[in-house]
Write a protein that binds this ligand. Sequence first.
Ligand code: HAM
Length: 417
Amino acid sequence: MFKRVPGTKDILPGEVLAWQKLEEKAKQIFSLYNYKEIRPPLIEEASLFNRSLGESAEIVQKQMFLISNKDDLYCLRPEATASVVRAYIENNLHKQTGFVKFYYKGAMFRLERPQKGRLRQFHHLGCEAIGSGDPHLDTEVISLADNLLKAFGLKDYRIKINSLGCLKDKKELSIKLKNSLEAKLEKLCADCKIRFRNNPLRILDCKIESCQEIVRGLQIHDDYLCPECKAHFSKVRAGLEALNINYEISPLLVRGLDYYTRTVFEIAHKDLGAQDALGAGGRYDNLVKELGGPDLGAIGFALGVERVLLVAKSVGEEVLQNRLVYIITLGEPAKSQGLKLLDKLRRAGITSDTDYENKSLKSALRLANDSGAPLVLIVGENELNKDVVTLKDMRLKEQKEVRYDDLLAQIELRLRE
Ligand code: HAM
């Protein structure tokens, strides 16, 4: 028997309702902020991510699903920011509109060790605003993430923010970190010893307790930020305060991807356990240029849908009102009449179905009951002879014969009750 690939999930019909509701709500909220949907492909050239996320990023080092095809090396996208920026440049959107706001939903792939909240195929709901360095945009984007989570019925999440500064400031922070960690190098974990050489910033968000203890003792301040980056960050914070958005400054938040500059943020939820990030994002003011486009600022974020659904227990709980009309036909002549009836109801916008298993009346009624349909139509020999249909109201447990010309009106009336 075949099994699904570890770290992937079948989203079965029973769960799909919650996904659809989440996606619908997201669409509404993104539209409120004037974001337009974009759908980039699921495969890209692998080097797009090497260049965007950085050679030393964990995703690039260990987690890419690579596909080699003759001379080309493709990969299943591990994230969508790089794809969206690639699409923006390749389609010359900067020449048409300049500033754009995109949102996306879809599967991402990372070759990780699967555990609760950590999958190999997972889904992002994300957005990217490209073409502006305005700090008020940072505020808007964080407020958008906050409003999405509120719309999903989530509470008790924490928005952590930090500023990495511009490229120069990031370099300065790296040097400062290296200087203060040099004497403690032997106590760092094996991965952090490599990070010390390649990307010391990543040591700040190492999950190993002994490294975290060393990092806590470092007393990191924002003195690596240049005056412009400091001013940018205080405008973002003032904006969040003006909008009454609760946030915490988290000097250790650095994010694992190279493209980030200035504002970065992460949203954590205590019920998630070890993988506590519901979503994350930040500015990437150099990426558009780095990938061959103009020198434009940009910012975005992505929420992990599976993690949101793990904590958003209420999404999908209000059961959709079942408006199914179930048709039971008895005997061959009734069957073709039933097909015509199904067609008539569907044309009138009424969800309807039948059993196709040629059951007895008793078994078919049991199926209808299991389906949750409030109304059942029965067509047998008796009904065919009288040119009527028996309409059974499953909630009121009553039935009556109805003429064809009155049938739609009767159904609509009862479905409204
Ligand atoms: P990221 O932090 O790598 O950021 O992913 C965003 C969110 O995706 C995480 O906070 C988490 O909820 C979810 N996630 C990540 N990996 C997994 C996994 N293996 N299984 C389940 N959920 C996962 C980005 O990808 C950036 N592109 C976000 C961004 C957009 N920054 C700017 N614009």
